[in-house]
Write a new protein. Sequence first.
Length: 318
Amino acid sequence: MITLADARQQHNKNKVAITRGKNLALERQQEAMEFKALCHLYLIYADLNKRSSNADRSKIAKYIDPILGEYRVIGVNEKIIHDYLDHLKHCHLKDSTRNRHLMLIKAIFNFAIENGFCISSPVTGFTAFKENRVPARFLNNLELKKFITSAGHDVNTEAGTLFIFLAMTGLRIGEAISLMLKDYNPGLATIFIQSTKSGYGRVVVLNETAKSIIENQLRKHRTGFVFRGRDGVSAMHRPSKAFARICEAAGLQDITPHSLRHTFASLSLINGVSMFEVSRLLGHSSIRTTEQHYSHVTNERLAQASQRFDDLVMSKSG
């Protein structure tokens, strides 16, 4: 039980703290806040400012809240974060996935510091895990032709058209299904994507096949979304059944709709399109992103160029 002397001593400490400009109510809030409460506030912010908020919410609900949620924010230290990341490894999550968890925790603490919920971050000194990147699966010329033929004969003509468009533009499926006919510019042969992974819109230059698809869709629908769902009005949902059916008919395995993007980029590079141009076509914010994903393709081209030089020299010397 607190004594009168203790109360007077605490009162005097409070007076000194207030004189020095300290916000005692805020300090008490900081000391009491649990990490799950901070995550809840962060998600409110993320919903308004980040396109990846759904992915953040999934990580928080499945892993972060159950493991870190009961800790007070000021009590989360480096060891606790190390233990959390080790737990993810024991759950057989890849290093790339653990890196995304680390980035999310860093973002949460940056949010906490900016809003006065804590004064420092326990993850400042953490570095990303080294990822062993496996070259993405892409189709060769023959496989791509088989896929396009199969897509063109699928019973779901709208989905088949969508997948041919993806193969011919390298767009992400989420970008393609959000396209609007009003954003097509026939004079410049471009279409504007309002919704991209980065959160910023961008203009896509269309080749003849892609342009023809847009113009056919324009004649068919006149206005609204380029690619329609079953009701003929709303945007198409991700047609996974149609994609599986098309792949089976083409005799293709182990590919996803995103493999069409990798195919567009890889075949472009193999056929002499520069890394810079491919980066612009894909809508990457930096050419470094393109290089990280497709360096294996350029390495193959360099090897071929080196061999051509060897053939040239040795054939002349012979």
